[in-house]
Design a protein around this ligand. Structure first.
Ligand code: IMP
Ligand code: MG
Length: 183
């Protein structure tokens, strides 16, 4: 697939992300201080960097599991139909669960995933999203914790991709398309 040329402008620095994660983890720790085991569920693939930083900042007994739901293909369109491509390995019945997502955009993905996981009767299920684009919401969903609310911009980095690229940027950047110079 050919990509229109684009540049990436920094939106949230690595330092700002780290500071926000520290603050969020203090709240999460208070919420789950009594837990004997917290299952931290990362939504693949976009949350892999966020979950890695998050769990290292949490002083709690945790397990890590992953779930993959389809949302975006290699386009910028959000799909309304959410499918589970890879389910959890472990059972979550009677467990404390924290679902970790990169971005809440239309809300369909986390809305669907939390409904599915709640049907498995966890003791407590909470959600955290690094980013939230409230202006794009199509279903009524709000994560229990949000790192940053951002405007309706397409972002990459810190695990988040554009057509599978740019996940390895250490910061969140916004994609800005540029016109190719005439040749
Ligand atoms: P939702 O179901 O519309 O809330 O979509 C959530 C998913 O869409 C996120 O997990 C991302 O994978 C993807 N997504 C939403 N906005 C962006 C973006 O700005 N850049 C890259 N992926 C995005
Ligand atoms: Mg995603």
């Amino acid at each position: 697939m050919t990509q229109r040329p684009y540049v990436i402008d920094t939106m949230i620095s690595a330092k700002a992300i780290a500071a926000r994660i520290e603050a969020l983890c203090r709240e999460i720790q208070t919420e789950f201080e009594e837990t004997d085991k917290l299952v931290v569920v990362g939504l693949l693939r976009g949350s892999f960097v966020f979950i890695a930083d998050l769990v290292r900042e949490l002083d709690l007994p945790i397990e890590v599991d992953f779930l993959e739901a389809s949302s975006y293909g290699n386009t910028m369109e959000s799909s309304r139909e959410v499918r589970i491509l890879k389910d959890l390995r472990g059972a979550i019945e009677a467990r404390d669960v924290l679902v970790v997502e990169d971005i809440v955009d239309t809300g369909h993905t986390l809305n669907h995933v939390t409904k599915l996981l709640k049907s498995r009767k966890p003791h407590r299920l909470k959600t955290i999203a690094l980013l939230d684009k409230p202006s794009r919401r199509e279903v009524d969903f709000k994560a229990d914790w949000t790192g940053f609310e951002i405007p309706d911009e397409f972002v990459v980095g810190y695990g988040i991709d554009y057509a599978q690229r740019n996940r390895n940027l250490p910061f969140i950047g916004k994609v800005r398309f540029v016109t190719e110079p005439e040749t």
